[in-house]
Write a protein that binds this ligand. Structure first.
Ligand SMILES: *[C@@H]1O[C@H](CO)[C@@H](O)[C@H](O)[C@H]1NC(C)=O
Ligand SMILES: *[C@@H]1O[C@H](CO)[C@@H](O)[C@H](O)[C@H]1NC(C)=O
Ligand SMILES: *[C@@H]1O[C@H](CO)[C@@H](O)[C@H](O)[C@H]1NC(C)=O
Ligand SMILES: *[C@@H]1O[C@H](CO)[C@@H](O)[C@H](O)[C@H]1NC(C)=O
Ligand SMILES: *[C@@H]1O[C@H](CO)[C@@H](O)[C@H](O)[C@H]1NC(C)=O
Length: 437
C-alpha cells in the first residue's frame, strides 16, 4: 500500500479553507514589514547581527526579502513540508565529527570506518515548496529565553545530539544536569538563555523490566499503560516546547497492565496471557502520555509529536543478521510504509488527533515519510570498532551524525517559524474582531 502522507495529515488540510483569509492577512502583514519582521515575531536586526556565524545569512528587509516573505507566507500555508523527495545537496554536511563533540560513539559512523560519504549530502525537498536548511543563529534567536525538552528513547537522544551539533557553529551549551544519570541531561545555551533537556522514557508510561532475558532474550517489560512515567511527567510543566516520540522499544516482548491487572501482552509467550497487537500498547502509551501533558495545569507550552521513524533492516530481522547496506535514499515511488510501521504511524496520528482536542497545543512533527526514504542513513555495522566484542547488531534504527536526522531540525525550525505566523495572525485576527465589535 502506498502512503500519501498528505492525505492523512491534519497539518496542511487545516489550513486550506483559510487561504482567502491568509491572502488578506498577507496584505496587512506587508504593510507592517518595515516596522518588524512578523514572520519570526522579533526584530530583523537581531537576526542580522547574529547571522554572521552562520553559513546561511538572512537577507535584509529589502524588496527581495519582502517578496520572499510573501512567498513564504503563501507557500507555508498550502505546502505540506513533510511530503517530498531527497535531492542532492553538495554543501552538506554542516558539521563533522571533528567540529562537534556531541556525537554519540555509536552514531559516529565515520570514526568507525564507514567508507561512503554520499549519505550526508542530501536535503529534503517538499513537493511544492522549499524547506530551508537549518540556520543555527535564527533558531537560537527564536528560542531565546525558552526551553525545549526531548521526551523519548535513544532516537530522541540521537535527534538532540544532532541539534547540538547543528547549533555548535554558534554556541555550545554548558551541562546543567540535575542528576549524573546520563539519561536525563540538561543543557544551557548561556548567551541565549535557552535550555535543552532530555528525559529518558522509551515506553512513555511507567514500565519495569520484569526479566532481563525474556522469551526472545531481549528483555521482557511490564508496561503500566494507564500510569504516568513520573520521571518526565513531573518535570516538564515549565517547558515551552516538548518533542515527544516513541517507537522501537515497542518491538520487544511486553506484558500490558491496566488498573494493575494484566490485560494482555505482546510476544510474551505466557500461555495464560492473551497476545495483543503491538499497536495496543503503543496507542495506550501515547494516550496516557498526552493525558499527562493535558493534565498539567500550568503547562503553556507546545507539544510536538515526532512521528515514528521506521528502521531499515533488509535480508533478515534485526537479530537475524538483517542489515541496512544501501548508500542512496529511496525515491518516494520506490518504497511505502507498510505492515507494523504503518500501523504504529496511524495509531500515533489517531491519538494525536484525540489529544489536540483537549485544549493544549499539539503539533505534528511528521518525520515518517522523509525518514522512510533514508535506508542509507543508519550506522549499520559502523557504530563500533569492528573487533569490539559487543552484542551490537547491525544498527538500522539510529542515525549516523551528520546524517538524515539533521533534517528533523530543519522541520522543527520551520514549524517554530510557522508558530510565529500563527500567533501573529491570531493577534491580528483578534484585533480585527475587536475593531468590528
Ligand atoms: C572522525 O572521523 C575520522 C574519519 O573520517 C576518523 O579518522 C576520526 O577518528 C574521527 N574523529 C573523532 C574525534 O571521532
Ligand atoms: C531565562 O529564561 C527563563 C525562562 O526560561 C526566565 O525565567 C529567566 O528570567 C531568563 N533569564 C534571563 C537572564 O533573561
Ligand atoms: C500464568 O501462569 C503462570 C504459571 O502457571 C503463573 O505463574 C502466572 O502468575 C500466570 N499469570 C497470570 C497473569 O495469570
Ligand atoms: C520513480 O519516479 C522516477 C522519476 O519520476 C522515475 O524515473 C522512476 O522510474 C520511478 N521508479 C519507479 C520504481 O516507479
Ligand atoms: C567475546 O565475548 C564472549 C562472551 O562474553 C566470549 O566468549 C568471547 O571469547 C569474546 N571474544 C573475544 C574475541 O574477546
Amino acid at each position: 500500500m502506498k502512503l500519501h502522507a498528505m492525505e492523512l495529515l491534519p497539518f496542511a488540510k487545516n489550513h486550506k479553507p483559510k487561504i482567502v483569509l491568509q491572502i488578506t492577512l498577507t496584505l496587512i502583514v506587508l504593510a507592517i514589514i518595515p516596522l518588524c519582521y512578523p514572520l519570526l515575531g522579533y526584530p530583523l536586526y537581531l537576526l542580522k547581527s547574529s547571522s554572521d556565524s552562520s553559513d546561511h545569512s538572512i537577507s535584509s528587509p529589502s524588496t527581495d526579502s519582502r517578496e520572499a516573505l510573501v512567498r513564504a507566507l503563501e507557500s507555508e500555508k498550502i505546502c505540506d513540508i513533510f511530503s517530498g523527495e531527497w535531492v542532492p545537496n553538495p554543501e552538506a554536511p554542516y558539521y563533522t565529527n571533528t567540529t562537534c563533540w556531541a556525537i554519540h560513539e555509536h552514531q559516529n559512523c565515520m570514526k568507525y570506518g564507514r567508507p561512503d560519504t554520499e549519505f550526508m549530502k542530501w536535503r529534503w525537498k517538499p513537493d511544492g515548496c522549499d524547506l530551508p536548511i537549518f540556520n543555527p543563529a535564527q533558531f537560537l534567536e527564536i528560542v531565546r529565553g525558552k526551553s525545549l525538552a526531548f521526551v523519548g528513547d535513544s532516537v530522541a537522544r540521537n535527534q538532540m545530539q544532532s541539534l547540538i551539533c547543528l547549533l555548535s557553529r554558534v554556541e555550545y551549551p554548558v551541562d546543567v544536569s540535575y542528576t549524573p544519570d546520563e539519561r536525563f541531561k540538561r543543557w544551557k545555551y548561556t548567551n541565549y538563555n535557552f535550555t535543552l533537556a532530555i528525559f529518558w522514557t522509551p515506553h512513555l508510561v511507567k514500565a519495569k523490566e520484569a526479566d532481563s532475558n525474556g522469551p526472545t532474550h531481549t528483555g521482557l517489560f511490564n508496561l503500566y499503560l494507564d500510569e504516568f512515567d513520573e520521571e518526565w511527567t513531573t518535570q516538564i510543566e515549565d517547558f515551552d516546547y516538548i518533542i515527544i516520540s516513541a517507537g522501537h522499544w515497542f518491538f520487544r516482548p511486553m506484558v500490558f497492565y491496566e488498573n494493575n491487572q494484566v490485560v494482555g501482552c505482546r510476544y510474551c509467550l505466557l500461555d495464560n496471557v492473551t497476545d495483543l497487537p503491538m499497536s495496543y500498547g503503543y496507542r495506550k502509551a501515547f494516550r496516557t502520555a498526552f493525558k499527562a501533558i493535558n493534565s498539567l495545569e500550568n503547562f503553556k507550552g507546545i507539544t510536538f509529536m515526532r512521528t515514528f521513524a521506521p528502521s531499515h533492516f533488509e535480508n533478515g530481522l534485526w537479530n537475524e543478521g538483517g542489515n541496512c547496506a544501501r548508500t542512496r535514499p529511496f525515491r518516494s515511488n520506490e518504497t511505502a510504509l507498510e505492515g507494523v510501521d504503518f500501523e504504529l504511524y496511524m495509531t500515533q496520528l489517531e491519538e494525536f488527533k484525540i489529544a489536540e482536542k483537549q485544549g493544549k497545543k499539539f503539533r505534528l512533527l511528521d518525520t515518517t515519510q522523509a525518514t522512510l526514504l533514508r535506508p542509507d542513513g543508519h550506522p549499520s555495522r559502523y557504530g563500533h570498532l569492528p573487533n569490539e566484542n559487543v552484542t551490537l547488531y547491525n544498527d538500522c534504527v539510529h542515525w549516523c551524525l551528520p546524517g538524515p536526522i539533521d533534517t528533523w531540525s530543519d522541520f522543527f525550525l520551520e514549524m517554530l517559524k510557522m508558530e510565529g505566523i500563527t500567533s501573529y495572525e491570531e493577534k491580528l485576527y483578534s484585533t480585527d474582531r475587536k475593531l468590528k465589535v
